[in-house]
Design a protein around this ligand. Structure first.
Ligand SMILES: [Mg+2]
Length: 225
């Protein structure tokens, strides 16, 4: 019997991609205003291309962008991008539709809820708080707590231990087959793939990345638990 639901954070609870796209738009405008010689659409597309190539969590994305496209990092332009990004980012950290309601319903069914993320501790908490999600979870396990990134077994085992549950009593929800699904399966948890949040990655058919359930919307969870 399922007694707990563990969630990945980015692109599972919080719409990280939407935030990145909105922030990118504003940053591009600010860079052009600060002297970047490129039209808005081209710059925006090049920035997104770079996110695809590196990672949505590339913390030096603007440095990389400027270096690649202008041959150097102009600090006036760089700072314009970062300031524009920071100005709007927190307001854009919002959960997917149905998250609050679904979490409340799961809790009222007696399920224990938790988060297991590869994000750093403070970053994870800032995102949870910005998204209005800081009061829903019994445990929030971050990279700082487990020291190993998913799909390593450590974060999953540590979460189960903290909840004092067997892995098979837990369902793990995540948007990344290679990290979330594979890792949770390895330790014997049930898995639900957050297909609605799956982006920027190739789909795979690997057996060890195949989830027990697929969620097209967040509240599909209520159908399986
Ligand atoms: Mg994720």
């Amino acid at each position: 019997m399922i007694k707990a639901v563990l969630f990945d954070l980015d692109n599972t609870l919080i719409d990280f991609v939407k935030m990145k796209l909105e922030c990118s738009k504003e940053s591009v405008k600010a860079m052009i205003k600060a002297g970047l010689e490129m039209d808005e659409e081209t710059a925006y597309n090049k920035l997104l291309e770079l996110y695809y190539e590196t990672s949505l969590e590339d913390h030096l994305i603007f440095q990389h962008f400027l270096k690649k496209n202008t041959g150097k990092v102009d600090y006036k332009i760089l700072s314009a991008a970062i300031v524009a990004y920071k100005k709007i980012v927190n307001g854009l950290l919002i959960p997917y539709e149905g998250v609050y309601d679904t979490l409340k319903k799961l809790k009222s069914k007696g399920l224990i809820l938790g988060v297991v993320t590869d994000a750093r501790k403070l970053n994870a908490w800032i995102r949870l708080t910005s998204a209005g999600l800081s009061n829903y979870f019994e445990i929030v396990l971050t990279l700082g707590d487990s020291k190993y990134k998913k799909p390593h077994k450590r974060p999953f085992i540590k979460a189960a231990r903290q909840l004092k549950l067997k892995p098979e009593e837990i369902i793990f929800v995540g948007d990344n087959p290679q990290r979330d699904i594979k890792g949770a399966k390895k330790v014997g948890m049930k898995t639900a793939f957050a297909q609605y949040g799956f982006s920027f990655k190739e789909k795979t058919n690997n057996e060890d990345e195949k989830p027990d359930y697929i969620l097209n919307e967040f509240n599909d969870l209520l159908k399986i638990i």
